[in-house]
Design a protein around this ligand. Structure first.
Ligand SMILES: Cc1cc2nc3c(=O)[nH]c(=O)nc-3n(C[C@H](O)[C@H](O)[C@H](O)COP(=O)(O)OP(=O)(O)OC[C@H]3O[C@@H](n4cnc5c(N)ncnc54)[C@H](O)[C@@H]3O)c2cc1C
Length: 806
């Protein structure tokens, strides 16, 4: 075993081997994988190993397609069989919502130019003569769907990596990981130690234990999962062809051919945790006691669908553990609090995603950032608020709703409320319906009197449409009070703060106290890693406000720029709460509560002041994400309720009312404002989203400057445009593909909403540059069906910003 390596991957399951393979493919050959036992010794060896292409998230779909195509290439390249069967997959819809979901996926497939299309019942019966399609309202077919051999694929990755110089050591458990002063790592095993530049935790079922070795926790919890395989079924043997998979998600089971029999598995409602307190180190190629009764309900539905199952004998039952994250997506990326420590854990559809995960992590390690925006996979989406009880509640909820449709804007109840701010009870009294925002309960909308504060979910407009309309109207016509405590707030103070910020962000940091600026943070590929408002509160004292969900994500970038010791960089996200008071009456309302002159002459747009309001010391910044006249007012969190009550009470004379996050979405979309992770992400170049004017190249240094210089003169690949959609009962919500009227795919929606004050269904879309022209007619696949749309020259609400500056 060598004593030094560029990277050591811990764990020789499917995912660790894929990471090793991709590291070598991208050029690192001095890499080692350490496996406790034989390769595949975790969840991998006993997986059903079904593969699918489409996913609700577009970039994840792209990586699933990459993975499905990779297996055949891997076989050719390594000579190791991967046991690939691709007889196709039949997706069945029993409900109207499921039909919408499948149609949306079919439209996305047209955009990705991959195969996923509707079949008639006759065609489906020809492909799967043993299935009963009686109660099915829509059938889609994915010709590439199928399954692979878990062991074959894992060994093929390992072999491919070895062929390019990697070392793989089996029966070499890692017992400790220690970081050196210079940030490199000693990875210790019973057979010796390896000094590594980079460590990767791909320890699957043991990811929690391996993380603990480095002193951090991962929000993961294993659960049991069962499937069974039947004896040979004569009807299948007689067919002499391979049957397609059946993805009957409403039936909550999966079903595919295995040998001359069938394999059926299910995610039951009554799931079982496994090894809650920690995965035993000596757990090997073992299975758990089976208990098919637990999945009986699901199985009965499978039997109805494919009646030959009723007569089939059970050949073997597999009950194995798999390890889940709180939202069932991967936890991937560098750990922000550590140096050169990466994870790729909590993988559920490993066989659909292994290639994409391996590629993404290898890019991240070698190139500093992945090529695609994969925030839904990024481990930084969870902070330390994702406690053990929360993780436990959420993972069971995810498991037992594995096949549930995830509707736009869906909020899951499990594990909540977790954290609340002082105004929570008052907001509840006012009818607030809450969502989870980086651990906190955050008001989404307010149910009017007489309406239960409970939201419905679906692809069409839901019960909150009218209440949100009323909130938008109130703000545009009078004044709205929006809780913006969920924004991330950072205070940068001490000698050298201005210099630090100047070397971090792309815009000039305000030189004058009381001024604010908007600024992008440029990523390592020249894209937009963040967008912030920076306010100079005093000499060497700055407040920086950014996206709340990205607090841990942004920490990685903040750490990339050196600070002198005198600079203190502190998060005030917990310590401060804020309200955006916005609308034509905002000035009059605030003027009643403070002696500060709020007039336009005294308090201009993009200026800030320390003010005394309702008896509380606060910071007021004249900005508003709603696009209306407004201020963000920040106070210590313990004074939040006091300020809220004062605003509401005094606001009665000015028509004020509480306004939630859903209304803010509508308001910012009709104003054409982008939002981080939707319109602004490292994947997009500044010139594609109209941010180039905020990048100051006269500064000698800022994060990502060289990367930006390298792409700055390239023509935009796509442009962000505002689009009006002819929609009547559903609005775009993000991810919908955009076509020209002749059906050519040209883009996708990044954010969508009904603009209540302009009475139009709107969307911000990325459209290929050559088609991103005013008045271009488009078709947007809302609900998976073409809806006429047109590119607007400007945002429909106050394009000239007169309201903002009033
Ligand atoms: C019953 C069942 C059915 C499934 N069906 C499907 C399916 O149809 N399709 C699909 O895509 N996915 C399926 N999965 C999920 C799939 O198995 C996982 O996504 C995948 O195997 C995860 O691989 P991994 O490499 O992350 O983890 P693991 O397979 O758990 O691998 C982790 C490896 O790390 C090693 N390790 C741990 N600690 C150490 C240490 N300290 N030092 C060295 N090595 C260490 C372990 O020995 C192990 O080999 C199924 C899972 C189960 C349980």
């Amino acid at each position: 075993m060598k004593t030094h390596a560029q990277a050591v991957v811990i764990g020789g399951g499917l995912i660790g081997c894929s990471i090793l393979y991709h590291l070598t493919k991208l050029g690192w050959s001095d890499v080692v994988l350490l496996e406790r036992n034989e390769l595949t010794s975790g969840s991998t060896w006993h997986a059903a190993a079904g593969i699918h292409g489409l996913h609700d998230h577009n970039n994840i779909s792209k990586l699933q397609y990459y993975t499905m195509q990779l297996y055949a290439e891997l076989e050719r390249e390594t000579g190791q069989g991967c046991g690939i069967f691709q007889p196709g997959a039949l997706y069945l819809a029993q409900t109207r919502d499921r039909e919408h979901q499948l149609r949306i996926q079919a439209a996305k497939a047209r955009y990705f130019q991959v195969e996923f299309h509707e079949l008639s019942r006759d065609e489906a019966e020809r492909l799967h003569p043993l299935a009963n399609f009686d109660d099915i309202r829509c059938i889609m077919y994915e010709p590439d769907g199928g399954n692979v051999d878990p062991s074959g694929v894992t060994h093929a990755y390992a072999r491919g990596a070895r062929q390019r110089g990697a070392e793989v050591h089996r029966f070499t458990p890692v017992v400790a990981t220690r970081q050196r002063q210079d940030g490199s790592w000693d990875v210790e095993t019973e057979q010796g130690s390896i000094h590594a530049d980079v460590v990767v935790n791909a320890a699957g079922l043991w990811a929690r234990e391996v993380a603990a070795m480095a002193g951090f926790e991962l929000p993961l919890m294993p659960l049991e999962h069962q499937y069974f395989v039947t004896e040979t079924i004569p009807e299948i043997e007689a067919l002499g062809k391979r049957l397609p998979l059946i993805a009957d998600r409403d039936g909550e089971y999966y079903l595919r051919q295995e040998g001359q029999g069938l394999l059926v598995g299910a995610y039951e409602k009554d799931g079982r945790y496994w090894a809650e307190q920690g995965t035993p180190m000596d757990f090997g190629h073992e299975l758990l006691n089976d208990d098919l009764e637990r999945i009986e309900e699901n199985l009965l539905r499978a039997f109805e669908r494919v009646p030959v199952l009723t007569e089939a004998g059970v050949k073997r039952v597999i009950n194995g553990p798999m390890i889940w994250s709180p939202d069932s997506s991967a936890l991937i990326g560098p750990v922000p609090e550590l140096h050169n420590y990466f994870c790729c854990c909590g993988i559920i559809p490993g066989f659909s995603q292994s290639g994409g995960l391996g590629l993404t992590l290898a890019q991240w390690i070698i190139e500093g950032e992945p090529e695609m925006d994969l925030f839904p996979w990024d481990l930084a989406r969870f902070g330390n608020w994702a406690s053990k009880p929360f993780t436990k509640a959420r993972t069971l909820d995810q498991y037992s709703h594995r096949y549930k449709i995830h509707f736009p804007y869906e909020e899951r109840e499990a594990g909540r409320p977790l954290k609340t701010r002082p105004a929570y009870e008052k907001q509840k009294q006012l009818g607030a319906v809450f969502g989870l925002s980086y651990g906190y309960e955050h008001p989404l909308w307010y149910a009017p009197e007489g309406m239960e504060p409970v939201e419905t979910y679906g692809f069409e407009r839901q019960n909150w449409f009218e209440p949100v309309a009323a909130e938008c109207r109130a703000l545009r016509e009078a004044v709205g009070i929006i809780d913006v405590s969920n924004f991330a707030k950072y205070r940068i103070r001490g000698e050298g703060s201005a210099d630090y910020l100047d070397r971090l962000v792309a815009n000039h940091v305000p030189a004058e106290t009381g001024r604010s600026c908007l600024t992008p943070l440029i990523g390592l590929r020249g894209g937009i890693a963040g967008d912030f408002t920076i306010t100079k509160l005093g000499e060497e004292d700055f407040l920086m406000i950014g996206s709340g969900i990205a607090e841990r994500y942004h920490q990685r970038y903040f750490n990339m720029v050196e600070k002198v010791e005198t600079v203190s960089f502190e998060s005030f996200t917990e310590a401060w709460a804020g309200f955006n008071v916005a609308g034509p009456n905002a000035r009059d309302l605030l003027g009643k509560l403070t002696d500060t002159d709020m007039s336009n002459d005294a308090f201009k747009f993009m200026r800030s002041r320390k003010i005394h309001i309702a008896g509380i010391d606060a910071v007021a910044i004249r900005v508003s994400f709603s696009g209306d006249l407004g201020w963000e007012i920040y106070v210590p969190v313990e004074r939040q309720l006091e300020l809220y009550e004062a605003l509401l009470e005094t606001g009665k004379d000015f028509g004020a009312r509480p306004v939630g996050g859903r209304a803010l979405l509508s308001l910012r979309v009709e104003k054409g404002y982008g939002s981080w992770s939707r319109e602004y992400s490292p994947e997009y170049w500044p010139q594609e989203v109209g941010m180039e004017r905020l990048i100051k190249l006269d500064k000698p240094e800022f994060l990502g400057r060289d990367a930006y210089l390298a792409i700055k003169d390239k023509p935009p690949r796509e442009k962000l445009v505002m689009v009006r959609i002819e929609a009547t009962n559903a609005d775009a919500s993000g991810g919908e593909p955009v076509f020209l009227v002749d059906g050519t795919p040209v883009g996708r929606v990044s954010s969508g909403a009904y603009g209540h004050s302009v009475k139009q269904s709107l969307a911000l879309c990325f459209v290929k540059t050559e088609h991103a022209l005013t008045d271009t007619k488009l078709e947007i696949a809302v609900l998976g069906r073409p809806h006429a749309a047109v590119i607007l020259e400007n945002a429909p609400f106050d394009a000239r910003g007169e309201r903002l500056r009033a």
